[in-house]
Ligand binder design. Structure first.
Ligand SMILES: Nc1ncnc2c1ncn2[C@@H]1O[C@H](COP(=O)(O)OP(=O)(O)OP(=O)(O)O)[C@@H](O)[C@H]1O
Ligand SMILES: [Mg+2]
Length: 243
């Protein structure tokens, strides 16, 4: 299997706190891969390590075939941060221009992609609005649009649907599936377990360790539960009892 991300025995410590604790995880190409786990279980830390923003304390990390920090692969990776990375005092269009320049888009291609992502995010008629005047959901839409500008092969989405209304969430997931069908690999962290059912594979993290990695259906069956939410609560409680 062609793995886009290979994490082996990854530890990330902040002082004495082990945010990632011997995590081993392989993520195949072309999947929508979900990261789930309680607050503080290491999802954002893992995403930031994959992006090269945080250095591993120990263990190895490969992204798109390159050893960490895989700088030369940055142009193939898109990132939507958990806390929005937009410039509030710039307009919608100025934000897209800024990110397009960072990703090295120029001239006609830059113009074409900005137009496309703004239409996709349904923000074309807001392009001259300053981001500080946009609602939370509209900002999420813009944040996703900015992550897609350079048509990345690997998309890292850290809780992309927080604060997004149900209708728009559905639109986001439809779009994630379309991207997946085009061969993009998506790594998506979420607390919404009904959404996690959209993922082809899921990893459940717990105190920086991998509790289980499988398809949503296999995880439900393994836990003997009908819903993912109950399955995850059960699996997390079982391991808490052991520790
Ligand atoms: N820069 C940092 N300095 C110190 N501790 C940190 C830092 N970043 C994260 N941590 C700690 O590492 C642990 C894992 O945090 P992380 O943000 O990865 O969790 P998460 O699974 O993304 O949680 P959430 O669901 O709340 O977003 C937490 O205990 C957090 O407080
Ligand atoms: Mg997080």
């Amino acid at each position: 299997m062609d793995d886009l991300v290979v994490v082996d025995q990854l530890c990330k410590q902040f002082g004495s706190l082990k945010a990632l604790d011997g995590l081993t995880l392989h993520i195949p190409r072309g999947l929508i891969f979900g990261l789930v786990g309680p607050n503080g279980s290491g999802k954002t830390t893992l995403i930031r390590v994959l992006l090269g923003l945080l250095a591993p304390t120990s263990g190895t990390v490969e992204v798109l075939g390159d050893r960490w920090p895989a700088i030369s692969q940055r142009a193939r990776i898109g990132y939507m941060p958990q806390l929005e990375g937009l410039y509030l005092d710039l307009t919608v269009e100025e934000n897209t221009l800024f990110f397009a320049s960072i990703y090295g888009l120029r001239g006609g291609e830059r113009h074409r992609r900005i137009k496309e992502v703004l239409e996709l995010a349904d923000l074309a008629d807001r392009r001259r609005t300053k981001v500080e005047f946009l609602s939370g959901g509209l900002r999420q839409r813009l944040s996703l649009a900015c992550a897609l500008l350079h048509e990345p092969e690997l998309l890292l989405l850290d809780e992309p649907t927080v604060g997004v209304d149900p209708q728009l969430r559905q639109t986001f997931w439809q779009y994630f599936h379309e991207l997946g069908a085009k061969g993009c690999t998506l790594i998506v962290s979420t607390h919404y377990l009904e959404e996690a059912n959209h993922c082809q594979q899921l990893a459940l993290l717990h105190f920086g360790r991998l509790l289980i990695k499988d398809t949503p259906a296999a995880i439900r069956i393994a836990a003997g539960e009908e819903s993912l939410e109950k399955a995850f609560l059960k699996l997390s409680q079982e391991v808490s009892r052991v520790h």
